[in-house]
Design a protein around this ligand. Structure first.
Ligand SMILES: [Zn+2]
Length: 443
């Protein structure tokens, strides 16, 4: 049955189409893998998988046992030391003009406030340029960046750099509008930076609704006053692990195609979309290939990186392999963009590589995933791409990923099992094509 699923996908050909309107035969073929059940168990059993927590390490132990049970080759873990940031109790409240709680999440890596909290008038700005023009008003205040979401890469700069910019202007704390286009009073956490040349101040995210409300008060000539309490602290680094498992190649086992996702999540929610779906889809895609009558020519290696969210330590550690092994990495694929219908793959590599990938397009077209285009790839692939390994990332149709990203609502109920299975199929076809091609993907 499972063999039939993948073989159907591999032999199906036809005009490029979208997964929703593809044939009933294909829909049947791409539904019913165990991926969703496995993701559900991972999410419900272990909860958030934050770096430095026993949840994460227990989830890694469970995964390793399952991979061995599945019959993967060379199932193992590789040690990685990771940051241990502990959120602790936290709250924000509007003291005036209308007292009441403000839903919030401290930003990952933030320092805490004094135990009694920190109370200060708020200066609301929309961007760094406005802060620069109002620096004389920022001293002693809490600076709130109320930057509307445009795209993630642009808007996230406020989260990453905002605390340092506010501190340089003399602010006592930094608040940001959550990095999302849509909100149901849901705060979003995420990583921030403390560069060495700026004072460290506490930093947290408010909801879109409250950031706008405080901004409106300021526009009416009223200065809101906020009390922020955060018990956050950073403990010494602790041990974690990357997880590796392989489908050994039948002819060129020394040539490696990496397929994976990041196994850690933030300390809230379940990390279902970020990046449980990526890990489980990669795992299931390779398990499907392992079940085929014949193994592909090259080795497929599942890599589940630890600590992508607040350190990227897992990806950096993985890339510290001997140069000759890195030279034998033919390509690396990551899925870290949430979940939708697969559309194709974003590629970071040379022209000859892109030309060869486009030849695989016909095989992926029945899944609606036949497009290959130059673009960025997941953060975990950065260190490998630096070493010359061509990188790929699945593109999907999702339009609401950032509604749930880094929130308590990133839970498994947001995952569509049919989209997950279609993603498994697209990953399996690309991974198999790269592993089976007569010549390796040119660098
Ligand atoms: Zn992610």
């Amino acid at each position: 049955m499972r063999h039939v699923f993948l073989l159907l996908v591999l032999v199906l050909s036809g005009p490029a189409g979208r997964a929703e309107d593809s044939s009933p035969r294909l829909r049947e073929a791409t539904n019913g893998t165990p991926a969703f059940a496995r993701l559900t168990e991972l999410c419900d059993r272990f909860g958030p998988r934050f770096s430095g927590t026993t949840n994460l390490e227990a989830a890694i132990d469970w995964t390793v046992a399952q991979l061995r049970e599945d019959g993967f080759d060379n199932v193992r873990t590789e040690p990685v030391m990771v940051p241990r940031w502990v959120r602790g109790g936290e709250s924000a409240e509007l003291v005036s003009p209308t007292p009441g709680p403000l839903p919030m999440l401290g930003l990952g890596g933030s320092i805490g406030t004094p135990p009694e909290g920190l109370t200060a008038p708020v200066l609301v700005v929309t961007n760094f340029a406005e802060l620069a023009s109002r620096t004389n008003e920022a001293a002693g205040r809490i600076v709130l960046f109320n930057a509307a979401f445009t795209d993630y890469g642009a808007t996230v700069q406020v989260r990453w750099r905002g605390p340092a910019e506010a501190a340089r202007a003399g602010a006592v704390a930094c608040l940001i509008r959550s990095v999302t286009p849509f909100s149901l009073q849901t705060p979003h956490t995420g990583a921030m930076d403390y560069p060495t040349n700026a004072p460290r101040i506490p930093a947290a995210a408010l909801t879109i609704e409250d950031a706008d409300r405080l901004h409106r008060w300021q526009a009416r000539g009223v200065t809101p006053v906020v009390r922020l309490r955060m018990a956050a602290q950073t403990l010494p680094d602790g041990p974690s692990r990357n997880v590796l498992a392989e489908v050994r190649g039948r002819e060129k086992p020394e040539e490696i195609i990496v397929v994976g996702g990041h196994f850690d999540s933030w300390d809230i929610g379940q990390g279902a979309l970020d990046d449980g779906v990526g890990c489980i889809a990669a795992w299931e895609a390779l398990r499907q290939i392992k079940g085929l009558p014949q193994r592909p020519r090259r080795t497929l290696r599942l890599v589940l990186w630890t600590n992508e969210e607040n350190g990227l330590r897992g990806a950096r550690a993985y890339a510290q392999r001997p140069a000759d092994e890195l030279a034998r990495h033919v390509a690396a694929i990551e899925l870290d963009r949430g979940l939708g219908w697969p559309r194709g793959f974003s590629f970071l590599g040379g022209d000859a590589g892109l030309a060869m990938l486009k030849e695989f397009g016909d095989r992926l077209a029945p899944l609606g995933a036949g497009e290959f285009r130059r673009g960025g790839v997941g953060a975990d692939l950065g260190p490998l791409v630096t070493h010359g390994v061509p990188g790929l990332e699945l593109m999907n149709s999702s339009t609401n990923y950032f509604w749930f990203h880094h929130t308590a609502a990133d839970t498994v109920d947001k995952v569509d099992p049919a989209e997950l299975d279609a993603t498994v199929a697209a990953l399996a076809v690309l991974a198999w094509s790269l592993a089976e091609a007569p010549e390796p993907l040119p660098r």
